[in-house]
Write a protein that binds this ligand. Structure first.
Ligand code: NAD
Length: 370
């Protein structure tokens, strides 16, 4: 029998970040600061690196571990020493009970399938990924994809979070969306929250995730407006109409989505920052300035140095959902953005858009659409 003075010590949580791009590296930085300071977490944070060879001939993961810097995706920022880069995904997740997913959304299905049977039974997840998969049955949010393939609960974290600004510790806010378990949500808040990164939780996974996903489509529209030099009034109008379409589509797809979610950091704040400063806006600006003659693939490769654009693929996915459900005419902004991206319309079509006031009230009540 154990001596009575040997109390059972609760197991410390172990965190692995699956992804090491721009936001993935900043997320690892935030988390690693907290795991060092909060007793209930194990100090070390594993960060899975999709391995690549740098121009120097070295592996990216070796350079991160030697220099404490992700020289490709977050140059100039030191990561805490307790972040350990690991190119072996199965090894990286093996001991973790808290999994943070943060890769471009198009890689997630493959990643999840590789992890089946490789994670701890008590693992829980959070997704920082903006995007969705479109299946024959309809849209599948990335948090649902993770839950369905891996059989674990998955929260989301979204917000007005341009990674490079958080990397230099400028104040910002973020929203955790959770389904039922408030305790798990609070643990995620504890893991991410710092004095310069204020996190709060709302019980609305789909609302939070759809805000983060759909705003990238609106950011492309804002970028077209900038590239056409239409000015601030037009851009504000596009943002307002975009927010309205974001809210309407979210509520049509998931009637449980709450209005208040759109006033959290993941909603209007993320929309504003993305339409002012994000990479989707920048590439769409360049696309419009070139009259749509240079493709988004070309602009992404030239302007983003390995980082991925999410808006163009999300616009296509949203278009597929709208077209499948017969909703294209109800969402003229989303529809027009995809038609511009795919070359069917000129960038100037975005400002030829007018709000069909007779149609939009229908968006508020899904019953009319059945
Ligand atoms: N960067 C931001 O400011 C920001 C902010 C909030 C949310 N996000 C979201 O975070 C997610 C990740 O974005 P990011 O900025 O960290 O990445 P990124 O665009 O900076 O980098 C791309 C990443 O994809 C990896 N990659 C390339 N090919 C791959 C493959 N075949 N399989 C797996 N991984 C591969 C690269 O190694 C790299 O880590 C996205 O959903 C994005 O929308 C980004």
């Amino acid at each position: 029998m154990a001596p009575s003075n040997q109390l059972e010590v609760p197991q410390k949580s172990r965190v692995t970040v699956v992804g090491s791009g721009n936001w993935g590296s900043v997320a690892a930085k935030l988390i690693a600061f907290n795991t060092l300071h909060i007793n209930s977490f194990h100090d070390e944070v594993r960060m899975w690196v999709f391995e690549e060879t740098l121009p120097s001939g070295e592996n990216l993961s070796d350079v991160i571990n030697r220099t404490n810097e992700n020289v490709k995706y977050l140059p100039g920022i030191k990561l805490p020493k307790n972040v350990v880069a690991d190119p072996d995904i199965e090894h990286a997740v093996r001991d973790a009970n808290m999994l943070v997913f943060v890769t471009p959304h198009q890689f997630m299905e493959g990643i999840c399938k590789r992890l089946v049977g490789k994670i701890r039974e008590d693992a829980v997840a959070i997704s920082l990924i903006k995007g969705m998969e479109v299946k024959r049955e309809g849209p599948c949010m990335i948090s649902s994809l993770i839950s369905e393939i891996l059989g674990i609960s998955c929260c989301v974290l979204m917000g007005a979070n341009i990674a490079n600004e958080i990397a230099v510790e400028k104040f910002s806010e973020a929203t955790v969306g959770y389904r039922e378990n408030k305790e798990i949500a609070e643990k995620w808040v504890q893991l991410f929250n710092t004095p310069y990164f204020m996190v709060s939780a709302v019980q609305d996974v789909e609302g939070v995730e759809l805000c983060g996903t759909l705003k990238n489509v609106v950011a492309l529209a804002a970028g077209f407006v900038d590239g056409l030099e239409m000015g601030n009034n037009t851009k504000a109008a596009i943002m307002r109409i975009g927010l309205r379409e974001m809210k309407a589509l979210s509520k049509l797809l998931f009637p449980s989505v709450k209005d208040n979610t759109f006033f959290e950091s993941c909603g209007v704040a993320d929309l504003i920052t993305t339409c002012l400063g994000g990479r989707n806006r920048r590439c769409a600006d360049a696309f419009a300035r070139n009259g749509g003659k240079r493709s988004f693939d070309e602009l992404e490769a030239e302007m983003l140095q390995g980082q991925k654009l999410q808006g163009v693929s999300t616009a296509k996915e949203v278009y597929e959902v709208l077209s499948h459900r017969g909703w294209l005419e109800l969402f003229p902004l989303f529809t027009t953005v995809h038609e511009i991206c795919s070359g069917r319309l000129a960038p100037s079509a975005i400002v030829e858009y007018t709000e069909h006031s007779a149609r939009l009230p229908l968006l508020e009540s899904p019953v009319h659409l059945n």
